[in-house]
Design a protein around this ligand. Structure first.
Ligand SMILES: NC(=O)c1ccc[n+]([C@@H]2O[C@H](COP(=O)([O-])OP(=O)(O)OC[C@H]3O[C@@H](n4cnc5c(N)ncnc54)[C@H](OP(=O)(O)O)[C@@H]3O)[C@@H](O)[C@H]2O)c1
Length: 226
């Protein structure tokens, strides 16, 4: 789809990668709702702040009522709690699933009829190389991102007849607060990631692999898990 004159909703649009999406979408000629659980933290000129907390379904319903002209949904918001599955805190494992899987699923369900009614468009799910590579220290995150990859594939089949293209973005470390503990040489500039993702949407790609770790993880899928 074309970004120019699209109407985008970006979850987690107040900071990190989401803030880059908001800025670049506006630069490319889109109207942008920057969704955030604290809309007062949205500071990109020209963006429309929109309250949305992935763990509070009533805020998703309200956001969909307000952003009724949407044609592009970017499921960007997420958390990483570094919780292993077998001996990690169960509440944190549930929170990762709520935020990184059920949250984007709920937003997609809320906005799909709107995008369809507006003539079709696209949904981009911001996933990870860890959708395909599952180190124990990131167990809760990797399981949630793997589930979200499956969700994107299911949604693609169900939404294509409604004129909605579904894409997923996979990437290793990005230089944002989430990966503040990672050495700079191992992280990708979020501006570069956002640009690659928007180019991918315009090109109609289904999977956007934004760095070598994500391409490597995808290639390794046919191998026996270590
Ligand atoms: N950073 C990486 O290395 C990396 C790598 C691969 C994929 N990703 C993915 O990229 C996406 C963006 O992450 P980031 O790197 O920009 O992380 P970030 O800098 O930590 O930003 C996370 C964003 O998600 C929002 N958020 C968290 N919980 C939320 C909730 N319950 N409801 C609504 N918004 C919520 C945060 O809002 P608040 O300001 O309110 O906290 C913030 O806007 C995530 O899906 C992440 O999994 C990141």
């Amino acid at each position: 789809m074309k970004i120019e004159n699209a109407v985008a909703v970006v979850t987690g649009g107040n900071r990190g990668l989401g803030r880059h999406f908001v800025t670049q979408l506006i630069d490319r000629g889109a109207k942008v709702y920057a969704a955030a659980r604290r809309p007062e933290t949205v500071d990109v000129p020209g963006a429309v702040p929109l309250e949305l907390d992935l763990t509070k379904p009533e805020t998703v319903t309200n956001a969909a009522l307000i952003a009724a002209d949407a044609t592009l949904l970017i499921n960007n918001a997420g958390i990483s709690t570094h919780t292993p599955l077998i001996d990690g805190d169960f509440d944190r494992i549930r929170l990762e699933m709520e935020t990184n899987y059920f949250g984007p699923l709920g937003v997609t369900r809320a906005f799909a009829p709107i995008i369809e009614a507006n003539g079709g468009g696209a949904v981009l799910n911001v996933l990870s190389a860890l959708s395909w590579y599952h180190p124990a220290g990131y167990g809760a995150y990797a399981a949630a991102k793997a589930a979200s990859w499956a969700m994107a594939n299911v949604a693609r089949e169900q939404l294509a007849p409604k004129g909605i293209h579904v894409a997923s973005l996979h990437i290793g470390y990005i230089d944002t607060d989430m990966s503040s503990y990672v050495a700079p040489e191992n992280k990708t500039d979020p501006a570069v990631v956002a640009a690659a993702a928007l180019d991918g949407i315009e090109a109609g790609l289904t999977e956007i692999l934004a760095d070598e770790p994500s391409r490597n993880a995808k290639r390794s899928l046919s191998a026996t898990p270590a």
